[in-house]
Structure formats: C-alpha cells, structure tokens
Design a binder for this molecule. Sequence first.
Ligand code: SF4
Length: 323
Amino acid sequence: MTYSDALTIILAKPRGFCAGVERAIDIVEKALAIYGPPIYVRHEIVHNKWVVEDLRGKGVVFVDEVSEIPDGAITVFSAHGISEKVESSARLRELPVIDATCPLVTKVHREAQRYEAEGRDIVLIGHAGHPEVEGTTGRVKGKVYLIANAADVATLEVDNPESLAYVTQTTLSVDDTRTVIDALKARFPSIKGPDLRDICYATQNRQNAVRDLARQVELILVIGSHNSSNSNRLRDLAEEMGVKAYLIDDESGIRPEWLENTNSVGVTAGASAPELLVEKVIARLKSLRSAEVKLLDGISENTKFKLPPEVTDKPFPLQKRAS
Ligand code: SF4
C-alpha cells in the first residue's frame, strides 16, 4: 500500500462529551442566559481548551480561588467537585453559587464520608494535583492516603491497617483500578470499598471503544486537552495496545507526516471534547487524503443528569446578584 491509497477513518463509539460534562456546560450556558455575564467559574468548568475559550468569549471569567470572585457575583463550581473548605468560603461570603459538580463525583464524596463515619481512614486512588482529587480529599476531615498505582500500595504507610476504605478518581476506569484494588486487598484484607461498577460509566465506555479501535487501525488520534486526565488515558491505552497514538487539541495538531504509509486512522475524543472538534479533525484528514469515514460498532449512551434549580425553575432572587 502507498501514501496515495484512500484513508479509512474509523470513529470510536462512544466518544466525546459525557453526561457530567454536558450538564456542567449547560449550567454555565443557562446561567449566562438567565443572569447575564459575567459569570464566575472556579477552575476550568471542564478540562477542554476549546470549551473554556468559547465560554470566555461569552462572558465567563475563570478563577482559581473563590477570593477572586466579586461580592454577589454568580459563581459556578466546576464538574470536578470542590472541597468542603472551598464550599464554605463561598457560603461565608454569601455568594450565589451554582454547583456543576458531576453527580458521579458527588457520589464518590458521599462514599468517602460514609467510610469516614465508620471510623475508617481513606485510601484515594487518583492523580496528585488533579482538582477532583483535591475536592474528594477535602470532603473528609480524617486521613486520606493518595496512591496512583499498585506499586504505591507496597510502600504505603498507614496508621490503622485494620480500618481503611478506598475510593477512586472517576476518570480512572474499572480496568485501571482493578490491579490497585487487588494489591490493596492483598495487603490490607479488611479494607472496604465501593462496588467497581460504581466507577464512572463514561470513562469505562470510552476506554473500551479505544481498545476496539486499536484492533482495527494503524494510528489513533485522541481529541482532548493536555490537562484532561481521561483523554491522556485514552492515548496511553491505545499505545499500550501497540498502536501509535497522539493527543491533539484540534485539527491544527495533525501533522501530515503521521499519515505517511498509514491507511487507517481511528479518531476518538475525551469526555470533555466537543463533537465539533471531531468534525474539524475529519475535515482536516479529508483535506490531506481522500478518505472514507466509518463508525465503530459500539454502545449508545443515554445517561442524563438533572440540572440544578438555580438554572431551571428557581433562579436566584435579584437582590442576591451583584449589581
Ligand atoms: Fe462525570 Fe464521568 Fe463525565 Fe467525570 S467523566 S464528568 S465522572 S460522567
């Protein structure tokens, strides 16, 4: 086969936005429509450069800390969740807050609190510095041990080996965490933890789809931002399957030389990357080579999360908003 042969593009299914990301963006869009700009969002609403820039253009101000938000300004907490401390600092200032934390992240917070109430210290499986990890750690008052992989279990020093429970960051899949949990159970036989099926459906589905894709193509393009944990994981998984894979923000990241001597390309998108970017990537590939597009046989998702009352039937009263 030569470079001039037609390219087969196979799209992963499912790919792109999950229900938590859709809800978070919807909350901000609706807040803009109801209350008008500026809307203040603590942290990037979701980890996607395009989404953040688009919202910034519509009047959203992204801040790192609650202290940067003016009194009375409509405040949105990102999909990744927040610590108790961040929540109470907004409450103390009586900021009108709309919480866009994904309900599946809130579920992890509740699980951690439930285990803490049983007198257990928490082992959190996740990545240091990720806002979701900071949020979950800050939801319990007691000890939280952060580990990332099975090797960390061997060196983990805990105060009470008999009273432990584990919870996980949602952007790790069942497969990612299984070996870590097995290692934890081998070392701490009385450790408790939630059912593995509780881990985010969207992360697992996107990883399953990228595995299927890797069996059928020579190259995989993962659309997602570099700070997106789940997008990075999709790229890593494809490479673990022996397929060259690149993480790109959008179509401008494609290098024509990647397509040399390549006749099939898989395209997927992380949970925070919009479908519009997938379309742009396909258009760019088609501009470089004649191509046919196929859709991977995969599952259809129909999960939807309810929007909070502040952007549906119970908006904040006028006096609560900044003048
Ligand atoms: Fe929620 Fe899962 Fe999406 Fe994260 S990846 S926002 S946990 S649905």
